[in-house]
Design a protein around this ligand. Structure first.
Ligand SMILES: Nc1ncnc2c1ncn2[C@@H]1O[C@H](COP(=O)(O)OP(=O)(O)OP(=O)(O)O)[C@@H](O)[C@H]1O
Ligand SMILES: [Mg+2]
Length: 229
């Protein structure tokens, strides 16, 4: 599902790379926990995999698509078609309802809309995902900005999952939650990912979560740039 070769990336032209990864592979359906100290390049790696920024050199293939050779607009379409992103701050649109937020990827991706609507109306699929992730239907009458952090996290996860993207990328999405809430959130997320055989790449500082994952990757070990500059 993820195949990275000879990846080099610098944020600033001609500066030494912050990321230098010769090889990184993740198989379809794998759940991988990505660890590493602050500044080691975790968010940068996720941005490269998601086509947010192009590599300085090297090759990134996701789901048989060579992301590293796509140009700007194609990278944006690739991202919404193939990847569900969950960000630390969730990036919900505060004045939209939970269901409206969850439906956003379907507005920008025919593929996601088609997948979401395959078995039912897409609105019912958004409601199903919110309920699967533990968000009560009564909360849908509120705007997303009026939800607690844990509730917003569930909306963000449902938005990542709608339309069954092959890859779910999560960057510190549980840091605001207590330990029990983190584990139960992960279990619900995994149940849904396993239903569609989605691959999960999950970044967190919280080493205690590693036990929930089949595989842990320490960025310090795969990143020869060694950063912390
Ligand atoms: N937009 C940017 N422009 C320039 N430099 C950046 C940018 N984003 C990150 N960096 C630099 O790239 C390096 C890696 O940062 P990154 O955000 O990937 O680390 P991280 O492992 O996600 O850290 P954290 O655990 O604190 O989130 C750091 O040296 C950081 O200062
Ligand atoms: Mg980060």
């Amino acid at each position: 599902m993820i195949d990275v070769q000879d990846l080099r990336f610098s944020w600033v032209k001609k500066a030494p790379p912050v990321l230098s990864v010769d090889q990184f592979n993740v198989g379809k359906g794998e759940h991988v926990f990505v660890q590493g100290p602050s500044g080691s390049g975790k968010t940068t790696l996720l941005s490269l995999l998601g086509g947010v920024v192009p590599p300085t050199s090297g090759k990134i293939v996701i789901n048989d698509i060579e992301v590293s050779s796509l140009t700007g607009a194609k990278r944006d379409q690739f991202r919404v078609d193939e990847i569900g992103f969950i960000f630390q701050m969730f990036n919900l649109i505060p004045y939209l309802s939970p269901v409206q937020n969850v439906l956003l990827p379907c507005r920008f991706s025919d593929k996601r809309r088609h997948n979401a609507g395959a078995s039912r109306s897409i609105k019912r699929e958004a409601e199903r995902l919110l309920s699967q992730l533990g968000l009560g239907a009564e909360l849908n009458r509120r705007s997303s900005g009026a939800l607690s952090v844990g509730q917003q996290q569930r909306v963000a996860a449902a938005r990542a999952l709608i339309g069954s993207p092959g890859l779910i990328i999560a960057d510190e999405p549980t840091s605001a939650l207590d330990a029990d809430a983190r584990v139960s959130f992960l279990q619900l997320l995994f149940e849904e990912c396993d239903r569609t055989d989605a691959t999960v790449l999950f970044v967190s500082h919280d080493a205690a979560l590693a036990g929930q994952f089949a595989r842990t990757v320490n960025l310090k070990e795969i990143n020869q740039a060694g950063v912390a500059q």
